[in-house]
Design a protein around this ligand. Structure first.
Ligand SMILES: [Zn+2]
Length: 279
């Protein structure tokens, strides 16, 4: 998405920051962990987290949770291992960042048609049963949850929501938008965090975000003791699934070969953490 590119350079980020200062409660241009890119985060975390808790309960209320105790336990266990790895990583890096106040929760939603997983602010996460045939085991699930927690660590949702508020609601602050345009704001929120679509996990908001989440995810899964090399066969399985989708869907995606090549290039960064974790 070309529209997102103007967020990706620090100087331009600061220019945008100055231009919208009068109308938005501005938090900061924050640095993305591991990739060190500067991203624009206009929505205060407290507002995001409070909206997230409401929306999470709403989604769970409308969904059917899996009754498979073994699969649900697996989702929670892998999720917590990835979440702990993320917290340790941020503590070691000296910047606990926005996830310091997260209260992690992982639920498995019974929906075999939805190949999706997401993490809302505050650490509220869901996995849909439709993705389990592709993840196959704990390590495959760690690829998915590493990727999703990677989006959370990089604050991509805030960046997407900030862009949505700017372009669709004239730069309205979230708290104001929730009051004056509740439905549109809720739609923007869900879209920013990949909720409510059957292809959310596959649908990149920008190639840059996807590639950052892949890279951070590799390190997180490795730190949690899962072999990051397994990300490659996982994405090959997803690629096989994507090929059965219509061409217009494929045209909005990063080329699967590019994604797998990028993952291969970043394995060297993640592997030492895995070797240390399993020692
Ligand atoms: Zn993603």
């Amino acid at each position: 998405m070309a529209a997102l590119n103007f967020f990706h350079c620090k100087s331009i980020c600061l220019r945008v920051f100055a231009a919208i200062l009068p109308v938005l409660l501005v938090s900061a241009c924050a640095e993305v962990p591991i990739t060190h890119r500067s991203g624009l985060h206009l929505v205060p975390d407290s507002e995001l987290i409070s909206m997230s808790f409401t929306q999470y309960q709403a989604v769970l209320g409308k969904s059917q949770l899996s009754t498979d105790a073994r699969q649900t336990a697996m989702v929670r266990q892998v999720g917590m291992r990835i979440a702990n790895a993320a917290e340790t990583f941020l503590k070691e890096s000296g910047s606990p960042g926005t996830i310091a106040n997260y209260h992690w929760e992982f639920n498995l939603i019974q929906d075999d048609k939805t190949v999706n997983a997401w993490v809302m602010p505050g650490g509220k996460a869901a996995v849909y049963t439709g993705i389990l045939p592709y993840t196959r085991d704990e390590t495959g699930l760690a690829v998915v949850l590493g990727h999703e927690v990677g989006h959370a660590l990089a604050d991509h949702g805030n960046e997407r929501l900030s862009q949505g508020l700017l372009t669709q609601l004239g730069g309205m602050a979230l708290a104001v938008a929730v009051q004056s345009q509740p439905q549109q704001t809720q739609a923007l929120f869900m879209q920013a965090f990949g909720v409510g679509t059957s292809v959310g996990f596959l649908l990149p908001y920008s190639r840059l975000h996807e590639s950052e989440a892949d890279r951070i995810g590799l390190t997180l899964m490795a730190r949690a003791g899962y072999d990051p090399r397994e990300a490659i066969p996982f994405w090959q399985r997803m690629q096989a699934q994507e090929q059965s989708r219509p061409p217009e869907f494929l045209s909005t995606h990063p080329a699967p070969e590019t994604r797998i090549r990028d993952i291969q290039a970043h394995l060297a960064e993640a592997l030492p953490y895995y070797q240390k974790a399993i020692r």
